[in-house]
Design a protein around this ligand. Sequence first.
Ligand SMILES: NC(=O)c1ccc[n+]([C@@H]2O[C@H](COP(=O)([O-])OP(=O)(O)OC[C@H]3O[C@@H](n4cnc5c(N)ncnc54)[C@H](OP(=O)(O)O)[C@@H]3O)[C@@H](O)[C@H]2O)c1
Length: 254
Amino acid sequence: MSDQLSGKLILVTGAGDGIGKAAALAYAQQGATVILLGRTQAKLEAVYDSIVGQGLPEPVIHPLDLASATVDDYNLLGKSILEQFPALDGLLHNASVLGALGPIEHYPAEQWTKIMQINVNAMFMLTKALLPALAKSDDGRILMTSSSVGRKGRAYWGAYAVSKFATEGLMQVLAEELRNTSSIRVNSINPGATRTEMRRAAYPAEDPATLPTAESLMPAYVYLMSAQSRAIHGEALDIRELLARVQNDHASAN
Ligand SMILES: NC(=O)c1ccc[n+]([C@@H]2O[C@H](COP(=O)([O-])OP(=O)(O)OC[C@H]3O[C@@H](n4cnc5c(N)ncnc54)[C@H](OP(=O)(O)O)[C@@H]3O)[C@@H](O)[C@H]2O)c1
């Protein structure tokens, strides 16, 4: 275990699988206590077991389906964090759904609404409910997960792409609001093509072995929660540039 995130409390959404699972493990390996939020309890329990099995700080499991969670559910979570911990230091918005790809002309309205609920509305409600706990940290972080299709539109990516444009919008609005009034740093990250279930669903013919693993992205995810990234605020970040930056920092420190 290293100690870049020692003593910090970080909440990760979609912590049961893919990039969120790798982030939860990486944050715990750096000394953070992690709140594992996700919809499948068994997956969260497996991540919990893995963290505890490595002798890392005991995480907290918080099962929640972002498709159906209400403002009350988010407020209850914010209140219980404030009661049990001095502050929340990090919030990684990672959970998202993709939905079936298809042209807007034939895009099912129900799928559109569900994707926007999980990928955008839930992120807004969770952020709002957790801001009081984040404000108690002396170095708070909100990291939102974007995508290349949230920075340039792509045919057939429908609500998923639009939800990622909205993610960038929420990041920018919140970052501007907090710029001069808070020490909380808000950014978005595009993890790029990564070997996960979501990628497999989007590109079923692709060989997953050709893709970077979620674990290989973690130096950047840890960096963005650590004190070293304090100067980064309101930026739409790209994983490859960040990983190169982290590697350079390491090289010049050694
Ligand atoms: N993989 C890529 O190539 C790629 C590229 C660009 C951006 N991204 C972004 O990176 C992030 C992580 O993606 P990933 O590839 O790791 O996806 P993933 O493997 O599909 O994992 C998504 C996670 O989100 C959770 N989740 C989905 N719907 C939820 C809901 N209603 N309530 C609570 N949790 C829910 C899932 O829970 P369950 O496991 O229980 O279903 C899962 O743990 C996403 O924001 C995605 O848009 C990924």
